[in-house]
Design a protein around this ligand. Structure first.
Ligand SMILES: [Zn+2]
Length: 513
């Protein structure tokens, strides 16, 4: 950003501007606090683009900043922690005055590095100053066990020392790490518990005392920096993962969460997913598709086969929706259709976007990620479909299938072909009318709604789909026969088991727990 003409360009001008009150000189924490209060008074949005935290996370975050705390966001993956931290730069002043060329962006009025101190002494009020904008005052580091003190804080540089004639330990012989380079700004460390305890000690020292020992040399660095962190709550609270003195210096712990309602989740996905695509044919995403996509994440977060400790990121819904639309684009292109409308069945084609985003428990591992994801899709479809049809009589259509009606469909079946096939099922078109969904008047839109009904009835196990993709009824006599088969095989299995089970006294079966 080019400095405007009114910005002071020398130390002397800066001093006069501060004396006249046209510029404020303050610490980063005071700066955040003052700007935040001003924004609250003006009723401006605090964290634009962050959805669903207005009554929970945001007030706590505001209090942490007003209290001038270093703070940590505790939450599972995909809960917008990084986005919140990055948004803090919007609370910084547009620009601050710094000494040109200084690696740690020294304040012209109180430089902490030796080189700048000498420069101010030599040049006085004529010393030029430069302006640094808010976006560059944010430094972020992902903590990993191999991050060293040298990476984070710095190292003494023997060659620099030899050349300059300064002693090792003089800040002028230092090679600065990330934290000093974030001086006069915000330093964010993600996944704090992954940082080695030795490095945590260094971090604590610099926070508390403004100095740190590097290779046995004391280095004084009274930095002006806001430290913000993020972590998985279980890692953070695990004993021994964070050294106690550092934990004590973190003023506030703010817990993030997943969207609480389907509507909030839809808003987030709508904002984040790449759905507004350059396309020769229009793309239209029905509401029920968005609802099912979110419901998958909600179901996954409740499923005992999915590891709750690591959570199910909102990115699951985002990438799933993107893949669902892509599959619809693929179908529309193959069938040369004039309109792209995703179908619920496209979700099965989006399994690759789902399987990588769920960490499985042992039971889930046994079933396999794809089977678990498939099950999640099915229960999400059943849940949403039930919501749409709870006051609708589905029996006539189910009867239509039970009396021999079938529909052959795959994810590349054209809209016309699917509509022709479903129209042949008694009462099917009536049901579409009665569902009260304002389907797009296009064939692709009506086909998508027809597919929603087929997938919904399958998910609720009212009708069934064969391996080959044929959708057919489950007539009562066949259902009964299936039940009989199951009962007989269960009986056989029990008899076989009986022979192997250890027998207790008097031949009674012994149960082990
Ligand atoms: Zn400096």
């Amino acid at each position: 950003m080019a400095p405007t003409a009114t910005l002071p360009s020398t130390l002397g001008e800066l001093k006069r501007a501060i004396a006249s009150g046209s510029f404020l000189r303050r610490s980063v924490k005071d700066e955040l606090r003052a700007n935040l209060l001003a924004r609250l008074r003006d009723g401006q949005p605090l964290f634009p683009g962050v959805i669903g935290y207005d009554d929970t996370v945001v007030p706590q975050l505001v209090n942490a900043i007003l209290s001038k705390h270093n703070f940590i966001l505790l939450g599972l993956r995909g809960q917008a922690k990084t986005r919140l931290l990055r948004a803090l730069t919007s609370l910084l002043d547009a620009e601050i005055a710094v000494i040109p060329g200084c690696e740690i962006h020294d304040d012209p009025l109180a430089p902490i590095c030796g080189a700048c101190q000498s420069r101010v002494a030599a040049e006085g009020d004529a010393m030029p100053i430069v302006w640094r904008d808010a976006g560059r005052r944010y430094v972020e580091k992902l903590a990993t066990p191999d991050v060293t003190i040298a990476d984070l804080i710095g190292d003494v540089d023997p060659i620099k020392a030899a050349k300059s004639g300064f002693e090792l330990g003089d800040a002028r012989t230092m090679h600065y790490g990330l934290l000093p380079r974030a001086n006069r700004g915000i330093f964010a460390i993600n996944e704090l518990p992954d940082l080695a305890s030795k490095v945590q000690v260094g971090l604590f020292n610099i926070l508390q005392e403004g100095d740190v020992q590097i290779k046995g040399y004391p280095v004084r660095l009274p930095l002006d920096v806001v430290l913000v962190f993020s972590a998985n709550p279980e890692d953070y609270t695990a004993r021994g993962k964070i050294i106690t003195p550092l934990k004590d210096r973190i003023g506030s712990e703010v817990r993030t969460h997943y969207p609480r309602t389907r509507e909030e989740a839809i808003s987030i996905t709508t904002q984040e997913a790449w759905t507004n695509r350059p396309s020769a044919v229009p793309i239209e995403v029905p509401d029920y598709i968005r609802e099912v996509v979110e419901e998958i994440a909600f179901q996954a977060r409740l499923d005992s086969k999915v590891d709750r400790r690591s959570g199910v990121s909102q990115r699951l819904s985002i990438t799933a929706l993107e893949n669902v639309i892509s599959n619809a684009e693929r179908r529309a292109a193959l069938c040369a259709e004039p309109m792209v409308v995703p179908r619920v069945s496209d979700l099965y084609a989006s399994l690759p976007a789902l399987t990588g985003k769920i960490e499985l428990e042992y039971e889930g591992e046994l079933k396999g990620a794809e089977a678990v994801a498939r099950e999640l899709v099915r229960s999400a479809v059943a849940n949403v479909f039930d919501g749409y049809t709870s006051h609708t009589n589905l029996k006539p259509v189910i009867a239509g299938f039970d009396q021999g009606g079938t529909v052959d469909s795959s994810d590349t079946t054209s809209a016309e072909a699917l509509l022709t096939a479903t129209a042949a099922i008694a009462e099917f078109d009536d049901l579409l009318e009665r569902m009260g969904v304002t389907a797009s008047p296009s064939a692709a839109g009506r086909a998508s709604l027809a597919d929603f009904v087929l997938e919904g009835l399958c998910a609720m196990k009212k009708i069934s789909r064969t391996e080959e993709g044929r959708i057919e009824g489950s007539p009562t006599e066949r259902k009964a026969r299936q039940r009989d088969d199951t009962r007989q095989s269960d009986l056989r299995a029990m008899l076989e088991d009986e022979g192997e089970e250890p027998q207790g006294p008097r031949g009674r079966k012994k149960y082990y727990n």
